[in-house]
Design a protein around this ligand. Structure first.
Ligand code: SF4
Length: 268
């Protein structure tokens, strides 16, 4: 059984659930983290996330072909999007971001065009696509903590992550520079200190680049250790982090059994 936390033969806690996304979830709501890592609530499929996954698959195809000496045209990429989106759109539960499948598909084409014309020329030396890692971040006499993840593109001197959101959050670069977990986790795992986001939003594109070092990695260890100590010692429910957009009927799959139980709307 792949339980997210167990004890090894030395009596140490072993954590296998830690990903950059789970660290970000812990920042928002610890109870939501508990639901996620123990699989207590199933999350619906949202159109924004599913369109992003389809676009990721197309870009992955482009780079894999390119690394094998074949060039996909933009039309080829549109064809690949038709294929991936036809499959993914059938499983969408909520059309919160784009309203319907046709609109989402059109926005997907725009985002891929942005990537093809603006971000693709910045790629110089691709050596790995969708590179998985699973490394020990912390090991002492109390616990062993694995950090897992997947890097969208590894180049010899920079890592990339593709984002296909509605809004342009590269405007908030200073904030990402201060606390972004993904760039710290991924550069630590791969051993390449430079990390870039390619963000294809609804109105165009943007990039953000960060350089991370040992001071960031030491902070990541401290932060993750504090979450792990909490998970080891609490039975649940965990701390209820409701002070943000994520705590709503729309964005939290546990809403109806958590804050939604107490909200005025649910009393009707
Ligand atoms: S409803 Fe709010 S407080 Fe409850 S798990 Fe979801 S985000 Fe956390």
């Amino acid at each position: 059984m792949n339980f997210p936390i167990h004890k090894d033969e030395h009596g140490r806690w072993v954590h296998t659930w830690v990903r950059q996304s789970s660290i970000k979830t812990a920042d928002m709501c610890m109870e939501r983290l508990r639901n996620d890592i123990f699989g207590l609530v199933s999350a619906p499929n949202n159109d924004g996330a599913d369109l992003g996954t389809a676009c990721h698959s197309v870009v992955e195809d482009y780079i894999n072909h390119n690394m094998q000496g074949f060039e996909m045209s933009l039309d080829d990429m549109y064809g690949a999007l038709d294929y991936y989106w036809e499959i993914a759109s059938q499983d969408v539960d909520n059309w919160y971001s784009y309203g319907d499948s046709v609109t989402a598909h059109m926005m997907g084409r725009n985002k891929l065009k942005s990537w093809y014309e603006n971000v693709r020329p910045m790629i110089e030396d691709p050596i790995g696509v969708e590179v998985d890692f699973n490394k020990v971040l912390i090991e002492d006499d109390k616990r062993v903590v694995y950090l897992r993840g997947t890097v969208d593109l590894v180049e010899s001197n920079v890592l990339w992550d593709w984002k296909f959101p509605k809004a342009d959050y590269t405007k908030d670069r200073w904030q990402y520079d201060r606390w972004d977990v993904q760039s710290i986790a991924y550069t630590w795992a791969i051993g390449v200190p430079k990390f870039r986001y390619g963000v294809m939003h609804n109105k165009g594109f943007g990039t953000m680049e960060f350089e991370r070092d040992e001071s960031h990695y030491e902070w990541l260890r401290q932060k993750v250790a504090s979450i792990c100590r909490y998970v080891e010692s609490q039975q649940g429910p965990y701390l209820l982090g409701d002070n943000g957009w994520w705590c709503s009927e729309k964005w939290c799959p546990a809403w109806t059994q958590c804050k939604g139980k107490k909200s005025p709307e649910s009393e009707e």
